[in-house]
Design a binder for this molecule. Structure first.
Ligand SMILES: Nc1ncnc2c1ncn2[C@@H]1O[C@H](COP(=O)(O)OP(=O)(O)O)[C@@H](O)[C@H]1O
Ligand SMILES: [Mg+2]
Length: 309
């Protein structure tokens, strides 16, 4: 299921778990995880893919680090990686922009495999990338990865995958009974049909958010159509019993007409319907660095939203 790598040898089929670990010289032994201990931090979702989830996640990490908090970025699943050979000698590692950005914005020592336990080579929908690579995404691994980081930090900022309801595991993959091995490697029990009533319809980013049970922050990429996407996403979050803790307006288009009117409409609607405050309006930046984004977030509102007093 998971291809093991030889030292320094770029694989043709990418790892779902252990292979990345083999590329990480500084990897720590797998500790037992306490899945019952609540997580602190937030789950960052977006109105779509490419709306600025990574940029805002990095900005949140930077802003919280400036407050003296120990923070870790977590990207449970990333799709799209290229092999980066070591400058000298054998070895190297898989490179993914989101993982690199969250790794750099975290202020505790993390391996790339800790930031992202499931890195897929193909840059496409994650469940398809996994299928193309001959494996499947293991929910237990993604959940355990978050819990494993928590004891070492004050806040975990989790970047979701794609939009809020993107599928991660196809129903037939969950039903094939092959979860036990990877779940054991993750130090947790297998995800079973009994534990997950939605198993018949697969398992997605929304199920992951529910399993992590973190307050949700919605990144709205300001462009035509974003009002509808934002309201639909907010409804989906609420329908799953999660708290929409706030939202960030992100100016991904420098010349969007009537951007402020869009922001005003959403500010009213998300506050009235979901009690979700605006946490910041992030300008178009070239480049949109974590420090620049952090400077435009209302840190008091962010701390409030995350329950970090
Ligand atoms: N405020 C911004 N100003 C300029 N470019 C931005 C801004 N926010 C995001 N981008 C750019 O838009 C692209 C998508 O952002 P990213 O954070 O990767 O989105 P996502 O994580 O939702 O897929 C990236 O190239 C990023 O640099
Ligand atoms: Mg991203």
């Amino acid at each position: 299921m998971t291809k093991m790598l030889g030292a320094g040898e770029p694989p043709t089929v990418l790892h779902l778990t252990e292979a990345e670990v083999l590329c990480e010289p500084e990897v720590r032994p797998q500790e037992a995880v306490d899945l019952d201990r609540p997580l602190r931090g937030c789950f960052v979702t977006g109105t779509d893919t490419e709306v600025g989830k990574t940029v805002i996640t990095a900005g949140l990490l930077h802003a919280l680090a400036q407050q003296g908090l120990r923070v870790a970025g977590y990207k449970p699943v990333a799709a799209g990686a290229v092999w980066q050979a070591a400058a000298s000698g054998p070895g190297g590692h898989w490179l993914n922009d989101d993982v690199e950005t969250l790794h750099a914005a975290s202020n505790i020592a993390l391996t790339r495999a800790e930031v992202c336990p499931c890195l897929l080579e193909e840059a496409c929908a994650p469940h398809l990338a996994a299928r193309l690579e001959g494996g499947r995404i293991e929910p237990a691994l993604l959940i355990a990865g978050a819990h494993r980081l928590m004891p070492r930090c004050d806040a975990l900022v989790v970047e979701g995958v794609g939009g809020f309801c993107v599928p991660l595991v196809e129903p037939e993959a969950l039903a094939d009974g092959g979860t036990a091995l990877d779940a054991a490697a993750a130090g947790v029990g297998a995800i079973t049909g009994a534990a997950h009533p939605a198993i018949d319809s697969g398992w997605g980013a929304d199920d992951l958010a529910m399993a992590l049970d973190l307050p949700v922050i919605l990144v709205v990429g300001l462009r035509l159509g974003c009002i509808n996407h934002a309201l639909l996403t907010a409804e989906a979050v609420a329908a799953r019993g999660l708290r929409l803790a706030g939202w960030v307006a992100n100016r991904i288009e420098p010349t969007m007409p009537h951007a402020q009117l869009n922001i005003d409409t959403l500010t009213r609607a998300l506050q009235q319907r979901h009690d979700a405050p605006l946490l910041g309006v992030v300008s178009y930046h070239a480049p949109a660095t974590a420090a620049r984004v952090a400077g435009e977030l209302d840190i008091d509102a962010v701390r409030d939203a995350l329950g970090l007093y």
